[in-house]
Design a protein around this ligand. Structure first.
Ligand code: SF4
Length: 361
């Protein structure tokens, strides 16, 4: 079993079953996640931090658990410092991860599936189809290797990046694994992110939304993109099965932390959903909900039929919302020249364009 898929209480159970004191679970988590000790590695290269650690337990951990992390195959960095990594798992399947600088902090955009079954027409990943779900340890592994790479290329210790589940895959379509990975991210003696540091973005997968209360109270975002059903159907085929009004009702019923809003992403596509009439329907649909609209100018990818609107139209669309007191912001496009921006992720294209990273992690 891979260690990075374990919650602290599962490690305690393992300790109990092998007659070790439960208190070691906390120490092991701290050593692995805060001191970044790899137990297999430490068996061969004695680590000063393990001087007082019971040898028998160290050996047993190394035998029973796999401490291998996924491997970075290639890396790209765009001019705005966005870093895109192609990361390979033990079965040879790869996904991308993007590290995005944002207001003096960094956010890691994590994938949750290899490919995606949702087939959204604006999304490069959607053209791939679904290959498989990611396991909890693979999702944790993506975060750990990206964070480590970030510290290595910058040459200094960095604040823990936030997380958005907004990479390849529909996170609620891989419900159990993403939920467990989220619980591991929040472990106090582990990575120790806060619930507000994590945002899950869904295209509107109702079976997952209906049981989202089982998740810790992280932020949730909806890929809204149009409040007109025919247009949303064309962008997100899932809308035919689970229409926007049903999704918004489910979202509005979710408990929220203080000042926690529902982020609605609205991809602005030239001459498709960027008119005043589109804004009016959007306003009417969401006016009574605690939402913030995140306007994202479309990011073109090879073969896409859609185009990005002029900046003036993006600004105009935002002002139409604001006049009606709908909070809106424009997301600056980051990393688009390396196909790292929203909807641009596609493993084969990345493989073709990427250069090898100098050091493997
Ligand atoms: S936008 Fe998200 S849900 Fe839709 S195809 Fe792309 S990865 Fe899947």
């Amino acid at each position: 079993m891979n260690f990075y898929g374990l919650k602290q209480n599962e490690l305690e159970e393992w300790l109990k079953n092998h007659n070790f004191p439960l208190a070691h679970a906390r120490t092991i988590f701290q050593l692995v996640y805060k001191e970044k000790i790899n137990f297999i590695h430490s068996l061969n290269h004695s680590d000063a931090l393990l001087t007082n650690f019971p040898t028998q337990l160290l050996k047993k951990l190394a035998v029973d658990f796999d401490f291998t992390l996924p491997k970075i195959k290639t890396a790209h960095q765009s001019q705005d410092q966005t870093i895109k990594l192609l990361i390979e798992f033990s079965d040879g399947k790869s996904v991308e991860t993007v590290l995005i600088p944002f207001h003096h902090k960094h956010t890691i955009c994590l994938s949750t599936q290899v490919g995606c079954a949702m087939n959204c027409s604006f999304c490069y990943t959607g053209t791939q189809g679904l290959t498989r779900n990611l396991a909890p340890h693979e999702i944790i592994g993506l975060y750990l290797v990206t964070y480590k790479y970030f510290e290595e290329v910058t040459g200094k210790k960095q604040v823990k990046p936030n997380i958005v589940y907004m990479g390849q895959g529909e996170p609620l379509h891989n419900f159990d694994n993403v939920k467990k990975a989220t619980e591991i991210f929040l472990e106090t003696y582990g990575i120790e992110l806060g619930p507000r540091n994590i945002t899950l973005s869904t295209a509107g997968y109702l079976p997952g939304l209906e049981k989202f209360t089982e998740f810790p109270r992280i932020n949730i975002a909806l890929s809204l993109h149009s409040a007109i059903d025919e247009k949303r159907n064309a962008l997100i085929p899932l809308n035919q099965k689970y229409p926007l009004t049903t999704i918004l009702t489910a979202l509005s019923k979710l408990p929220r932390l203080k000042r926690q809003y529902i982020m609605c992403e609205y991809l602005l596509i030239k001459d498709f959903n960027d008119s005043f009439a589109d804004a009016e329907v959007l306003i009417e649909t969401i006016k009574d909900l605690p939402v913030i609209i995140n306007l994202i100018p479309f990011n073109p990818f090879p073969g896409s039929v859609y185009q990005r609107p002029e900046k003036s139209r993006v600004d105009e669309f935002k002002s139409w919302l604001e006049v009606k007191k709908i909070p809106a912001m424009i997301r600056t496009t980051k990393g688009d020249e390396i196909l790292a921006a929203c909807g641009q992720l596609y493993v084969d294209e990345l493989n073709k364009k990427a250069k090898k990273v100098p050091t493997q992690i």
